[in-house]
Design a protein around this ligand. Sequence first.
Ligand SMILES: Cc1cc2nc3c(=O)[nH]c(=O)nc-3n(C[C@H](O)[C@H](O)[C@H](O)COP(=O)(O)OP(=O)(O)OC[C@H]3O[C@@H](n4cnc5c(N)ncnc54)[C@H](O)[C@@H]3O)c2cc1C
Length: 502
Amino acid sequence: MENAAIHDLFVIGGGINGCGIARDTVGRGYSVYLAEMNDLASGTSSGSTKLIHGGLRYLEHYEFRLVREALMEREVIWKNAPHIVWPLRFVLPHHKGLRPAWLLRLGLFLYDHIGGRKLLPKTQTLDMTADAAGRPLKKLFSRAFEYSDCWVNDARFVVLNARDAADKGATIATRSTVVGARREGDHWVISLKETHGEKRWDVKARMVINAAGPWIDEVLGGVLGKSGAHNVRLVQGSHIVIPRKFDDPRAYFFQNADGRIIFAIPYEEDFTLIGTTDRDYGGDPRDVRITDDEVDYLCAAASEYFAEPVTRDDVVWTYAAVRPLYDDGASKAQEATRDYVLKTEGGDGAAPLLNVFGGKITTYRRLSEHALEKIEGFLGKKGQPWTADAPLPGGDFPASGFEAQVKALMRDYGFLDDGHARRLVRLYGTRARQLLGDATEASALGQCFGADLYEAEIRYLMRYEWALTADDVVWRRTKRGLRLSTGEIADLDAFMSANISA
Ligand SMILES: Cc1cc2nc3c(=O)[nH]c(=O)nc-3n(C[C@H](O)[C@H](O)[C@H](O)COP(=O)(O)OP(=O)(O)OC[C@H]3O[C@@H](n4cnc5c(N)ncnc54)[C@H](O)[C@@H]3O)c2cc1C
């Protein structure tokens, strides 16, 4: 038994929803233990399109509650994490033969007016024969609409929520698989096992939160022993990354003839991100990978718009993830609700359980506030909602203050070039200074593993952000994997293994 104390809450899953709930609850005074079987954000939460968005497309499915809540969150999240979140303008070409212009205008009118927009600029119409946004496209589009949403570094969003939760007293146990949970009267005994080792231990808690994303049914069945649990609809979405296709800082929103849409988004300075697909998934979520058909679909959809076609040979990286949607019985994957559903059971002497279905990265904070209403009903009220106005670690500077942060970092660390300083502020915000310490020259940052990735950053990630392997660093805490060679990544992995407990 690792800990004889009874925690208030035990959270299964270190994705955005688990980490968001852990942060919110510990900040209100509950004691919290979170277990993640792999790395933080190793599930769906690092495989999203990375938009803090209302979801223009969901208006077609009459998801007004979700769209309004999501739109309202854009500026809240941007203000609380201005390092990893920034505004992005989207260009939506009007395609004759697809949705009529009046429908797009109506959707965007709602988008502008129901979402509490204060800082983000409003929608405007573009003349694509004159606007720079028309340049990389085929000469088929005379008109487009330009509107606002935000971009988020999804994997870091999760880690920063976990960091804040830990700073406030939560236990965050990564590489720890929940293998069983049983009720003992008014509390739970949760059994854990090291994911890559043999160590086993138990933790007691008054309430369990099942935030296992795509594994939610597996947890209900395998861990909690409920037979026939089937509440989640797994819908795969995949993305391709290609060398930068256009210079414009805006992203594109392309409609496809099949009624779906895809985005083409400026990515990691030198690349373009294209996605996503929407297909039911029947396999193990651990094994999800982009299929050849999906690559072809995304290349073909983008090539309908770009003058220079996108081909398989352009693809430098891909990723795929599974949406853990609540199974509302919709016939098509793209029509299944994107809203979240919170289901509780227990109480009256039986230890309570809360299951979290669906949810967007965008609405994780509101999902947590709604979860708290349920939690309070079982455990009693503690504290007030507080996360709307609380910066995430490193995000304690004004929403418009990114450039000033870069300038100040370059002034104080004269050896940083513009690209390196920008990258550090984008990833760590004000905590970049903690990472750099009292270094006065690059050599003080230790070994360089390539592409500005120095030992000081790795040590910071291992000490404060639960990074254990090169994969954690190059594909989740950073995206340096796009620039490092296989050999460089192997050297990093060897360095990290040698320094795990250092
Ligand atoms: C292709 C795609 C694009 C998307 N785009 C967007 C977007 O642009 N904007 C947006 O807002 N949302 C988007 N979403 C939705 C969003 O990414 C997800 O809704 C969200 O990440 C789900 O988070 P989660 O915490 O519920 O699940 P996850 O991130 O999957 O977290 C669940 C965690 O539980 C862990 N776990 C499971 N079982 C156990 C166990 N037994 N013990 C310990 N740990 C366990 C897993 O390892 C996993 O890390 C997108 C989703 C997809 C798939």
